[in-house]
Design a protein around this ligand. Sequence first.
Ligand code: NOJ
Length: 538
Amino acid sequence: MSRGPTETAPWWREAVIYQIYPLSFADSNCDGYGDLPGVIDKLDYLSRTLGVDAIWLSPFYRSPMKDWGYDVSDHTDVDPLFGDMDDAVALIDAAHASGLSVVVDYVINHTSDRHGWFLESSSSRDHPKRDWYVWRDGGEDGPPNNWLSIFGGPMWSFHDATGQWYRHTFLRSQPDLNWRNPEVVEAMMDVAFFWLDVGVDGFRVDAAHHMMKDPRERDNPPAPSDHKAPWKDMGEYDEYLHLYDIGHPDVHAIHRRFREVVETYDRDVLTIGEMHIFDLPEWASYYGENLDEFSMPFNFHLMAADWDVPSVRAAVESVLWNVPAGAWTNWTLGNHDEMRLASRLPQGHDMIAATLLLTLRGTPFLYYGDEIGMTEASLGDAPSRDPWGENVEGLSRDGSRTPMQWTPQPNAGFTGLDTEPWLPVSQSHTTINVESELTDEGSILNMYRRLLRLRRESSALRLGSFMSHPASTDDVFVFRRESNEEVMTVALNFGDDPTSVTVGSGKVAFSSTEPRRRDDIDDAVRLGPREAVVVSHR
Ligand code: NOJ
């Protein structure tokens, strides 16, 4: 079935999307691992108590769990850790019944080395699926070139049985699919059809800019000594400029094909590509020349920016200027790969950050637990469960993946009292948890709830235009959002001193620090230290 242009905004433009890391959300069968029935139990919290519009589920497919589900061994089945296919169908149906859309992870750059395709491909040099992965003879005395795996060590591993090297952008147990083989493209498109038939509303495409590399496989040049990694510090990986192993332009044809597939459905399907690209025109190219690739590339510019008004303002403005006409962006401040927001920012700034996230023009993505202010858990000397942390010191992602903190009780209501959770529950759960915060008017959770309600009720915040406001200073970021019906001004005081900014007459509709603040504004709005306010000019 084909679909004409949508007359109203697609659902995902108006939505706030909440990322669930299923292993750590809610454990219904008390085996220490979160599962799909556990998520079903919490849908009411998400849709009614918190008030988000959609969930994005990190992978729950069959997997040996070497990269905790990002190493898929069967894309169309559920790993027994999470439940079974009936649970997946029940979750999607129950989410829809609660008014929540469902976005799933689509892990397509690589599979697990236990995937049937790789087992066949590695069985002999002349197996018909040999070319489904990237096999090469070695160089003089080692791998075919100097490319490095993101998770440490060479990007190539030698396969003794067949005497060739295979490529893996991530772990050696995550061989890269050969996207230059049309059979691979169609096999993965069938996976998308499968989940669309089950009823999902969107896909988050993992590692979407890694899938195509230089066909000549040239060595990456060393990075100059003053080269600053555009993202986080990644050790040896940063010693090279990644000219040849990331984002070859041929990848765009694949993303166009994927878009064609989702457009055959008669509903709006979100496709969002994970994209660590900080050159804005290149980043924006993933919308497609005719807006025919991703609905939007994931926007990590705010996470990469220094946390001060000039840098945040520059990130916001430059992203919005670079979004192609007719397209839409998204914003995020946390995910399962990064340090927790509350621990990255100075004390009290996570409330400012939340206000920014939920008042910008673009779809906000929230990471589970950030709404209660979960901090990066310190796991002491325990061995890293994250393979990245096992391979490269200091890069473990465990601290931002610990169980969701529902209650102050031992194990935080995540699992049974006598169960050992797969990652320890953070000590902070005695004070930072949903149950306690719901009873505290000034909690961060109640602040998120108020902000989410405000966004839901405000056409200006959901879909309105964005304009930077001249009243901004080095300490205060001020901007306006405007729809046909209303005008809102957002003022964020990053400073430790009280101040005031001239925004025109209106009424305070939200304050991050004074839950009941609703004063009328003549001209200037006062701001307490680290206070964020939204003024309505209706
Ligand atoms: C990006 C995912 O977000 C990350 O968690 C994963 O380890 C890599 N891709 C490999 O799939």
